[in-house]
Design a protein around this ligand. Structure first.
Ligand code: CUA
Length: 330
């Protein structure tokens, strides 16, 4: 019986701790600021554990004592020391520890650092890289960062309040209409992490996520150079034939930009290199032709309240050509 209980406890502990892992965990930091926040959490949790053990110990001790009238002095002393002095000292130390961390976490990126502008939209993320020379490079729902560099991220919103949060890399900052907030991200480990909106912003609040890909600096430079180029439209491939025509004739270009084509809409995500992204629909679906067909045909069912209408009325061959063509925009 005892062995069974121990086994159950171990299983529960394993389940609980594995749930703390993964690409969206503040407890497995991959960024300078997330490391500090993680250590703050550790100290606060440790402090809370010590206080809890002390209180539980005193309670157990009290339960075992016989009531006696000559203990008034000892009881008063216990209240003053255990109820006032110790909490004030413990909370004071933890407060000082936490406050000391704020300027470090809020430290801006150094001058000349990479600048990125992220705008929370209903319900996706507009991402613009602002190079020191040349035009901004726009993409959507995916941010790539060079490892080991502190990057300046400007946070905007055109509609309602969103909140930008990549738990593995840093804390969260709100995106407020009419304001520019800032956060600095400094990834310390190469990998793919997940970001989310952390402020309720409407029907599909839980359906706006994004990927953060942390790369080696040279690989990152190559990627950014490629993102700056216009789309390579490979409509010659048999499966994709007709995809560009379907895109143009159904008016997709009124909302989406594909640099290098006539499509220059700015309402929806820039699709210039949509085929190179890890996922589609603000991280809802994998980026493959089947998922793209599904997304284009049932957009409103997949993401309630989305501004893009569903195009399920298109003939299946048009949908497939459209998806195949978009997939080739690497
Ligand atoms: Cu955007 Cu919640």
């Amino acid at each position: 019986m005892k062995v069974l209980r121990v086994r159950r406890a171990l299983l529960l502990a394993a389940l609980v701790t594995t749930a703390c892992d993964g690409p969206q965990s503040a407890l497995v930091p991959a960024g300078r600021d997330a490391e500090r926040i993680g250590s703050l959490f550790g100290w606060l949790a440790g402090g809370a554990l010590i206080v809890w053990l002390a209180v539980a110990g005193v309670a157990v001790y009290a339960m075992r004592q016989r009531p006696a009238s000559d203990r008034r002095r000892a009881a008063s002393l216990l209240i003053v020391v255990g109820g006032v002095a110790v909490p004030a000292i413990v909370l004071g130390v933890l407060l000082a520890f936490g406050l000391k961390m704020i300027p470090v976490i809020l430290a801006p990126a150094p001058p000349g650092a990479l600048q990125i502008e992220v705008s929370g939209e209903q319900w996706w993320w507009r991402v613009r890289y602002l190079p020191s020379t040349g035009a901004p490079i726009e993409l959507a729902n995916e941010i790539r960062l060079p490892v080991g560099q502190r990057v300046d991220v400007r946070l905007l919103s055109p509609d309602v309040i969103h909140s930008f949060w990549v738990p593995s890399l840093a804390g969260k900052v709100d995106m407020i209409p009419g304001r520019v907030n800032r956060i600095a991200l400094e990834p310390t480990r190469v990998g793919v992490y997940r970001g989310a909106c952390a402020e309720y912003c409407g029907a599909s609040h839980a359906l706006m996520n994004f990927e953060v890909v942390v790369m080696e600096p040279r690989e990152f430079e190559r990627w950014l150079d490629h993102q700056a180029t216009p789309a390579v439209v490979a409509s010659a491939a048999p499966a994709a034939r007709g995809g560009e025509d379907a895109f143009v004739s159904n008016g997709c270009g009124a909302c989406h930009t594909i640099r290098g084509t006539a499509a220059n809409g700015v309402i929806g995500p820039d699709l210039t290199h949509v085929g190179s992204r890890l996922r589609i629909g603000a991280s809802m679906l994998p980026n493959d032709p089947e998922a793209l067909v599904h997304w284009i045909a049932r957009t409103e069912a997949i993401k309630p309240g989305v501004h893009m209408p569903s195009f399920g009325m298109l003939p299946p061959e048009d949908l497939e050509a459209l998806a195949a063509w978009l997939e080739r925009l690497k």
